[in-house]
Design a protein around this ligand. Structure first.
Ligand SMILES: O=C(O)c1ccc[n+]([C@@H]2O[C@H](COP(=O)([O-])O)[C@@H](O)[C@H]2O)c1
Ligand SMILES: Cc1cc2nc[nH]c2cc1C
Length: 354
């Protein structure tokens, strides 16, 4: 099974359309005809050019939008690394499915649908709308042993790809990543330290809101997890299996799958961005498809984004996850495309250029 999964992953990666610089240049040429000083719409212009570069069109139709919230639990919670108990993970999954979480509100406002995927929750959740791709019932405690086996990490990646395929087939063209998993800032910090070289003192943050003492302990837990498991930084799947999590692996797969379907992906906070970094390490070609939404308050987030050459659109001091920051930024993507499509040119409006 494992060998064919690697072949399938390579096959999906091979389907990613390479960035078309000429299409991006064409969009810039169009933008420079519009009634504004050149470059004056700043990042909105950059967004539009990149969308042209990945789609080959001046203004791709991205009206069908979805945020995919992947959920998983973490054995490392037994070390006391989160401010909240693990039961919150399945409870929040039901909240997403009931439409009452922050991401549901923001998604409704942005015209996006919310999908929730169980990648590895440590509970049985019954709901007709839940997408069940459970690979583990919570990971093992990475401070003592690998969080997952390599096979489980691969299964989670492939499940994420499948979710992207299914939603793209349904007509969705713009995606946001979101996640829910009590404890998941701890594996995310470990992944950051291993993949970027940032020290645990700098990759470990306050997560849901731990105090100074718990923060210092969380740093020790991350150091122990890395020392016990000795992940190979050159092998992203090894790192993901040993010090990652099922929802993080699922999001990495989802991002690769979305790119293979030609769909841009807006990434949310720290955990989503770490998943994106894993995806980039597996397939450099996904990079142009990634749009960073907000800068989370979680320490380490800026380094993860910088390591991918991404800069966030907004900074609202959020640290929720769920896809909330990403869905907010759907508005800017819509705005960038509308400007390209609807603004008058200097010629059509009779405005002097000089
Ligand atoms: O997106 C972020 O940057 C972010 C930062 C801190 C916490 N979170 C959310 O809070 C949970 C993880 O926090 P913790 O303290 O339990 O590791 C998880 O459900 C995440 O969605 C999310
Ligand atoms: C209530 C709650 C909601 C969340 N949403 C994402 N992570 C979360 C963590 C908690 C604790």
């Amino acid at each position: 099974m494992a060998n064919s999964a690697y072949a399938q992953l390579e096959n999906v990666i091979g389907q990613i359309t390479l960035y078309q610089e000429s299409a991006a240049q064409h969009a810039k040429a169009h933008s420079d005809q519009l009634t504004k000083p050149i470059g004056s719409l700043g990042k909105l212009e950059e967004i539009a050019f990149r969308l042209a570069g990945i789609s080959g069109r001046l203004w791709p139709n991205l009206s069908r939008k979805a945020v995919v919230v992947m959920a998983g639990d973490h054995g490392v919670c037994e070390e006391g690394v989160s401010a909240y108990p693990q039961e919150v993970t399945p409870q929040m999954v039901l909240n997403f499915l009931g439409g009452g979480a922050a991401v549901n509100v923001l998604a409704r406002q942005a015209g996006a649908d919310v999908y929730c995927v169980d990648m590895g929750v440590n509970a049985d959740i019954e709901h007709p709308d839940l997408i069940n791709r459970k690979v583990v019932r919570g990971t093992a405690n990475m401070a003592k042993q690998p969080a997952m086996s390599r096979d489980e990490a691969m299964q989670a990646i492939m499940a994420g790809i499948q979710v992207a395929d299914e939603l793209a087939k349904q007509g969705y063209r713009l995606f946001a990543t979101g996640e829910m998993g009590i404890g998941n800032t701890t594996p995310s910090a470990a992944l950051t330290s291993v993949l970027t070289g940032l020290s645990p003192e700098q990759s470990v943050g306050r997560g849901t809101g731990i105090n100074d003492e718990s923060w210092r302990h969380k740093i020790e837990v991350v150091k122990r997890a890395i020392a016990v498991n000795e992940p190979d930084a050159a092998d992203p799947i090894d790192v993901l299996a040993k010090v990652g999590g099922a929802e993080i692996a699922g999001m990495a797969g989802f991002i690769i799958g979305a790119a293979a379907n030609g769909c841009p992906v807006v990434i949310d906070g720290f955990i989503s961005s770490v998943a994106a970094l894993v995806a980039v390490r597996l397939a450099e070609q996904v990079k142009p498809y990634l749009f960073a939404s907000h800068l989370s308050q979680e320490q380490g987030h800026a380094t993860v984004l910088e390591s991918m050459g991404l800069s966030p659109m907004i900074q609202l001091d959020m640290r929720l996850g769920e896809g909330t920051g990403a869905v907010l930024c759907f508005h800017f993507i819509d705005a960038a495309l509308k400007l390209m499509q609807e603004m008058a040119t200097f010629d059509s409006a009779g405005v002097s250029r000089e």
